[in-house]
Structure formats: C-alpha cells, structure tokens
Design a binder for this molecule. Structure first.
Ligand SMILES: *[C@@H]1O[C@H](CO)[C@@H](O)[C@H](O)[C@H]1NC(C)=O
Ligand SMILES: *[C@@H]1O[C@H](CO)[C@@H](O)[C@H](O)[C@H]1NC(C)=O
Ligand SMILES: *[C@@H]1O[C@H](CO)[C@@H](O)[C@H](O)[C@H]1NC(C)=O
Ligand SMILES: *[C@@H]1O[C@H](CO)[C@@H](O)[C@H](O)[C@H]1NC(C)=O
Ligand SMILES: *[C@@H]1O[C@H](CO)[C@@H](O)[C@H](O)[C@H]1NC(C)=O
Length: 479
C-alpha cells in the first residue's frame, strides 16, 4: 500500500476522532469570526469561500504581493493566523526548497498548514497538528515561476537563483507588512526545509544587514531548518556515506568514492571513477524512495507519473554541483495539483478573477534546471547569525537519504562550536522522538524514523518541537 495515502487516511481518521464533536470549531465556513480582529488593509485578500474547506476558528488570507513594479513581479502567499491569541504569537515565514517547489503545495497543504488536500483532490481536511496552533504562519511561493507567483517580464525567469530569490523575498516582507501593519513589529522567525537550507540563512543574513537602517528594521529572532542543504561538499559526502551505511550501495562502490571523489575541488565530476560510482548510488536510489528509505514507493497508476518517480531529477553543470531535487512524491502531489488547478479554488485564493487560470504545479522543473547561482556553503552565514545572537535550530529526519543526517552533522561539525549540552535523547509521549545536541548558539536535533519532510512523518513530534523552538525551551529530556 502506498504510504502517503495511508498517512492521509490516518490523518482523516485522527481528525474525525478528535474533532467531530469538538466545540472549538466555532466558525462557519464563509462566515466572519466576530471575535477575531480583521486586517482592514488586507480585506481584499481574506479567504472566505474556499471550496471543500472545513470550518475553522481563524482567519486566513491569500493573494499576490507585487515585489517589483517595473517588471511586474508578483509573489503569491497564503497566510493563516494563529488559531488562538494571534496577537501574542510570532510570525513565521515558511519556505520550501527544490529549488522551484511550492511552499503552498508542500508546506501548507502536506506538512504543517491547517488544511491537508484530500486524496480526491476536491476538498480539505483539518490537520490537527498544524503549526498555526503556535504561530501566525505565512507560506510564500518563491521565486517567480513557482506555483502561482509570476513575472510579466519573461527575461526575469533567466535570472533565478539564490540571489534573486532572497532579494524578492526580502521585498515581499516589507510590502506584505504594508497590508498587515500590525505584524510590522512582530517577532519573526524564518523556517524551511531542503534547498531552503540555502536561502533561509541567506534571507536572514540580508535582514540582519539591512536592519542597520532603523527604518527597515525587522524583528528577526531566529531560523529553523529541516534536512537543509548547507554545504555542497559536506552534503555530498554525507549522502554517499549514508547510502553505504544504510546498505544501499556496496563496499566497493563506497571505496571508489572515498578514493576518487574530492568534493572540495572545482572539478569533482571530471574524475570518471568518481562520477561512475556516484551514478551507481543514484541508480540504487531510483529503486526506492531516497526521501524516506523505509517506506514503500508510490506506485502511481498513470504511466507518466511512474516515469517521474523512477527518475531522480538530477542536474549537472560545470560550475555547480549536480543537484537532486528536494521533496518529490508524485502520489501526494497529484492531489494538490488537481485541487489548485480548480477554477473556484483559484478564485477563492484571489489568483484569478474568473478567466485567467494558471497551470499550477508543485515544482517548476525549468526553474530547477535553470538555477543560476547557489552558495557552495551557507556556513559562513551561520557564523554571522550565531554572532548576532539569533536562535538557530536545525533538525533532521534520520531516514532521509537526500539530505541525510550525516550531511548535516558533517556540515555543522565544521563550525567547531563548543558543546553546551551533549548528545541525548529527547522524548515525545514517553518515546524517544530523536536525539539532541545543544551547541553554544545552535541546537541540533534528529527525528527518529522520519524522512525528508519531517512533519509529514512525525506530525505530533514536529508540532511539539516547533513549540519548543518558538519558546526557546529545552525539549523533554525524560520520559
Ligand atoms: C501583469 O500584467 C497583467 C496584464 O497586463 C496585469 O493585469 C498585472 O497587474 C501585471 N502584474 C504586475 C505585478 O504588475
Ligand atoms: C575554484 O574556482 C574558484 C573560482 O571559480 C577559485 O576561486 C578557487 O580557487 C578554485 N578552487 C580550486 C580548488 O581550484
Ligand atoms: C580508476 O579506477 C581504476 C581501477 O578500477 C584504476 O586503475 C584507475 O587508476 C582509476 N583512475 C583514477 C583516475 O583514479
Ligand atoms: C499544464 O502543464 C502540464 C505540464 O506540467 C502540461 O502537460 C499541460 O499541457 C499544461 N496545461 C495547460 C493548460 O497549459
Ligand atoms: C548552556 O546551557 C545552560 C543550561 O544547561 C543555559 O543556562 C545556558 O544559557 C546555555 N548557554 C548557551 C550559550 O547556550
């Protein structure tokens, strides 16, 4: 049986069990919540008639923010206010990776948002572990070309890379605050997973830099990163060592890699022995789910989806390390695709006014393949952010082969941070949820048995972890 489908069915059962008689769902779909404040400047973005939406007790907003008027660039966001005491809770910006993948399709509707797209592709279920229980959650589709975000200047699409993405996201925040002025001075955290491991720290760095100008000041408190791409050389070493230590490749292949791959050189892949051995790793990973080693692959019914599944998307250029796209599950993705391509859904989300239907897809492969610039390592930015006193938590699902726990440990170890509290288990509901090590200035934790998109596999643990992060609290260290 397909894991993703099982998970969805499970979530629906959990929902039905927990919420069917619950009195907390006080609002009717499409009705305004009289006890909740509205944002008058954003009233045109208030979502009121979202097809298939269950009743909820918070307001949510969606629409476009123009980030560049000259070229006509607009980024699409979906914002869910916290379900209780939203005025007292921080703002969290969530970014998915790829690059080229949608935070709405992954983060909001598969992982941590309040609504999960059902398998019929027509309606939504409540996610009982939504992160908007703890924070005001802002999901951004970035850069232009991802999801509903667009540019009216086609040449913009030739420039997309870390730099472009980070600058547009920065402008987005300031423009978004104009519509939601009560969030202008709110504590902000930036969170993301996978390739967002590159542009989340980069965006945090840009905010820190621009904060020197008081008029631009944003109250950034910290960043939260899940299975993040961090340093290409260490990430590659970790990926390949993990494949060997998890019995995906042979000793011989691993020895060849150890002898012939120099991931810190500029021409790693020109060594034939190295590139052939790495090809062998990818060939083995094509047979299973690299994002979740011990779950069944989604055997899609359509031949087209099957094709997508069996080929890890992989790119290679002379200048950059080859990349494997982050987070790709054709079974789950198909539900999202059919939902977001519904005309009435797009209308409710203020994407179109009745005629202009966008062809929404969860990842834009042209963006992935055309990515212009990527920092080899964001560890120097980590150092700056640590020095600036930001809260930095990094977590890792330990059954992910894509950005495995080894990659993250190799990357973090190069920082040589002093250990404040040494490696120990952390607990959730009396079980070991993972292990944690607190460094001075950075906390690292694992999720035992979770794949690449951790909240998809461990929703309850993830929500508890998120709460501890926001409160700067220690995780439960005893049963
Ligand atoms: C893009 O062009 C369309 C059609 O001219 C226009 O309606 C829209 O406002 C433009 N978008 C931006 C962000 O300027
Ligand atoms: C790799 O290339 C960069 C510039 O592209 C250069 O600064 C660096 O020295 C090169 N490193 C090696 C090991 O050749
Ligand atoms: C590649 O591997 C072969 C043995 O399989 C060895 O003879 C050869 O020297 C290696 N080449 C390089 C460049 O390391
Ligand atoms: C939407 O995109 C898919 C590929 O992702 C393509 O096959 C299809 O023809 C497109 N549909 C429209 C209406 O552009
Ligand atoms: C180290 O941990 C102690 C608690 O064990 C805490 O009080 C202290 O603030 C921590 N120091 C740093 C730099 O994180």
């Amino acid at each position: 049986m397909d894991f993703a489908l099982n998970l969805l069915v499970f979530l629906i059962v959990v929902y039905t069990t927990l919420f069917s008689e619950s009195p907390v769902l006080c609002a009717t779909h499409g009705q305004l919540l009289t006890d909740k404040k509205l944002h008058p400047l954003a009233s045109d973005h208030l979502v009121t008639n979202l097809p298939g939406q269950p009743n909820v007790d918070f307001h949510h907003y969606a629409g476009y923010i123009t980030v560049n008027e000259e070229n006509g660039r607009a980024l699409f966001y979906w914002f869910y206010e916290a379900s209780t005491l939203s005025d007292d809770k921080p703002l969290v910006l969530w970014l998915n990776g790829g690059p080229g993948c949608s935070s709405v399709g992954y983060g909001a509707t598969q992982e941590i948002g309040p609504f999960i797209v059902n398998a019929n592709g027509h309606d939504l279920s409540i996610n009982p572990y939504s992160w908007n229980k703890e924070a005001n959650m802002l999901f951004l589709e970035s850069p232009v070309g991802v999801g509903f975000s667009y540019s009216n200047t086609t040449s913009d699409y030739d420039k997309l890379g870390d730099d472009f993405t980070v600058h547009d996201a920065y402008n987005f925040l300031h423009k978004w605050f104009l519509k939601f002025p009560s969030y202008r001075m709110r504590t902000l955290y930036i969170a993301g997973e996978s390739y967002a491991g590159k542009y989340v720290p980069e965006l945090a760095g840009l905010i820190q830099e621009n904060n020197k100008d008081r008029s631009l000041h944003i109250d950034l408190m910290g960043i939260l990163l899940g299975n993040p791409e961090t340093c290409d050389a260490e990430d590659w070493k970790g990926l390949l060592d993990y494949a060997w230590s998890h019995a995906v490749i042979s000793d011989e292949t691993h020895n060849t890699i150890r002898e012939s791959c120099d991931f810190y050189s500029n021409n790693t892949w020109s060594n034939k022995n190295c590139s052939q051995a790495v090809d062998e790793v990818l060939k083995q990973y094509n047979e299973i789910d690299i994002f979740s080693l011990y779950t069944s692959v989604c055997i899609a019914s359509s031949a087209a989806s099957k094709d997508k599944l069996l080929k890890l998307t992989y790119r290679s250029t002379s200048k950059m390390m080859p990349r494997i796209i982050g987070g790709y599950d054709p079974c789950l993705d198909d539900y999202a695709k059919s939902y977001y391509n519904k005309h009435d859904v797009q209308k409710a989300l203020h994407v179109s006014e009745g005629h202009l239907i966008k062809n929404w897809s969860i990842c834009n492969m042209d963006i992935f393949h055309g990515w212009k610039d990527s920092k080899d390592s964001v560890l120097p930015i980590y150092k700056e952010l640590i020095a600036a006193g930001l809260r930095i938590w990094v977590y890792s699902g330990d059954t992910d082969g894509r950005v495995p726990v080894l990659s993250t440990r190799y990357s973090l170890s190069t920082l040589m941070l002093p250990i404040n509290r040494s490696w120990r288990p952390w607990y959730h509901q009396k079980q070991v949820a993972g292990w944690i090590q607190e460094y001075e200035g950075l906390t690292f934790a694992t999720f035992r048995g979770a794949g690449h998109a951790v909240p998809l596999f461990k929703p309850s643990e993830s929500l508890a972890f998120f709460s501890a992060f926001l409160n700067g609290e220690s995780l439960p260290l005893q049963r």
